[in-house]
Design a protein around this ligand. Sequence first.
Ligand code: URA
Length: 428
Amino acid sequence: MKFADLIAAKRDGKSHTYEELKFLANGASNGSIPDYQLSAWLMAAYLNSLDEEETSHLTRAMAESGARLDLSGLPKPWVDKHSTGGVGDKTTLVLLPILASAGLTVVKMSGRGLGITGGTVDKLGSIPGFRLDLTPDEMKRQAAEIGLALTGQSPDLAPADKVLYALRDVTATVGSIPLIVSSILSKKIAGGAEIIALDVKCGSGAFMEDRKSAEKLARALQSVGKRLGLHVLVSISDMDEPLGSAIGNALEVREAYNVLAGKHEGASERFLKLCLHYASELLTACGSRSSAEEVLKSGAALAKFKEWILAQGGSSFWERNDLPVAPVIRKVVHTGGPAWVSKVEAKVVGQAVIDLGGGRAKKEDAIDPAVGIEMAVMVGSTVKAGESLFTVHAADEQVAAEAEESARSGIHFSDERVEEPPLILASF
Ligand code: URA
């Protein structure tokens, strides 16, 4: 097989067979197909698309391009979750302990953040000592002991995705639905789970800014997943405003802890709603009789969270108070008359956190785990002059002032009543 023929076929709108896509995935992972040819194919695939059958072939071929985590021996059901990424999205930190304390086995690989979408690896990485480099054996052992394990992206699992994703990032081909579906699902299949909850974010702070493309992605994830024997639960959730109150790594860990400990008002309550939605969906799909609310209320999920952090070498930060803290903490208040908050632009607030150093503009950027923004308002809140809008956590006064100005520009007000917008936009 010559790869140039595959490029020509896709350029001319033809379909690929499984064998051809296997050739592509193997060639990407072992380096036998050069980047310039893969890039040409990616653009042809972006322009002429892949149908559902080709997308499932590509997903399977990418999943088979490396090792597959063997979860045999662990109690079933094996579940996983994935979010397409958003601002302030710390759902994994609350959802996983709920699921594991209800008796499910969760083994998860998470990524680092890029752009305004944060990454779970960076959030957990702000806990002193927390290990994100567990080997497959360590993952399995820990999951057998406490029902849950999480590690960073392993180079051994779905290595074709690593190569293709890096090329998509620099060839303007990230936004193709078949390429997104194969990227997400190949890693999930290689990670071994059978039942997966997928949170497709929709709004200004997400990949999919409009409802139509979010629905298209959601349906494609579900149908390709089904073809490959996965039980995929998909919902679309709002990402026009940040999720929860904290945006920034250590701040998000603290918020997740507080939510598990029963402290959840305002935006944190909205965040908890999302966690409970996915927990309930997964528990129902697994035939569990546990209730997510009960597991949370009983303190079992908080106890599981602590067990998890300690199992992976993390500090008992809830006792030691050793999460990183920014040197400058600036409270920002409302200066206008009484009003309703009509909009909190996730994209603007997310960018302000990147500018503070809390996120990455480029893959190789270092991040400051202590910095970020804590929102005191959400869409539908009322505010009066002098009341807090948000708090900036910054490395120095200068960046704090800049973040104040830019985050302020993302908050809009109305003299007329504004209701809290829906959180779950659709479920499939
Ligand atoms: N997340 C992924 O893992 N891959 C994509 O292509 C998009 C989002």
